[in-house]
Ligand binder design. Structure first.
Ligand code: E4P
Length: 223
């Protein structure tokens, strides 16, 4: 299971990579717009910050296949290894996934609300599919159940696509999406931090320190 950061904020990316086993970054137009900066220079800065070993999924903004393909080819050339052109599963997006696949450009199908959209994206050649767990929950759906169904269809039909769970708002959604078979999850840094932090862990560490200090004082080495 891989963990990605869903952000275009450089400070969050630096902190996330420094502390946690972060394997890459995802963005979408809303995430980029929140930073209110030049798109291309920010994407390049993100690439430099994460280094060549980590993956980067950047969403296109065009709504026609030709535009999406043009953006995808340009970004792919600029970004190099481990880059995925993130494309919404609209009809023109599916067409763009097919074209980019034929050109050897890796894609991630995004804004997924149903398992059949994943079948379509897989057959069009996408490498990842990003179901929107919280947005599905918000329409009185069941985001985790959608992930379960996607995982089942992928394994039943041996589809060559991985589940990149997205749009999380709490740890329960992430936990259940992992159980439901998500191969990768993406979340903002504050949510990633809740996967580590627990009040009882904090209390245990505090007790260790108090009991250590009661015998050895503030000395923090073994010599
Ligand atoms: C990432 O790939 C998605 O675009 C993102 O997680 C959507 O999240 P949101 O529903 O919080 O906007």
């Amino acid at each position: 299971m891989l963990l990605l950061l869903d952000t275009a904020n450089l400070e969050d990316i630096k902190k996330g990579i420094d502390l946690y086993p972060i394997e890459g970054v995802t963005t979408n137009p809303s995430i980029i717009a929140r930073e209110n900066t030049n798109f291309l220079s920010r994407i390049c800065d993100i690439k430099d910050t994460i280094g060549s070993g980590r993956m980067l999924h950047v969403q296109t903004v065009g709504l026609k296949a030709d535009d999406i393909v043009r953006e995808g080819v340009y970004l792919n050339q600029l970004m190099g290894d481990n880059f995925y052109v993130k494309i919404p599963v609209i009809p023109e997006g599916i067409k763009a996934m097919k074209v980019l696949k034929s050109m050897g450009v890796a894609t991630t199908a995004t804004a997924i609300f149903t398992p059949q959209q994943v079948v379509m994206a897989a057959r069009a050649g996408a490498s990842y599919a990003a179901p929107y767990i919280n947005r599905i929950d918000n329409i009185i759906g069941d985001g985790v159940k959608v992930v379960e169904d996607i995982s089942r269809i992928i394994s039943t039909h041996n589809l060559d696509i991985k589940v990149l769970g997205a749009s999380f708002k709490n740890t329960e959604q992430i936990h259940k999406a992992c159980l439901a078979g998500a191969h990768t999850i993406t979340a903002p840094l504050d949510l990633v931090e809740t996967l580590v932090n627990h009040p009882l862990t904090g209390a245990s560490v505090e007790k260790f320190s108090i009991e250590w200090e009661s015998v050895y004082g503030k000395k923090l080495t073994y010599d």
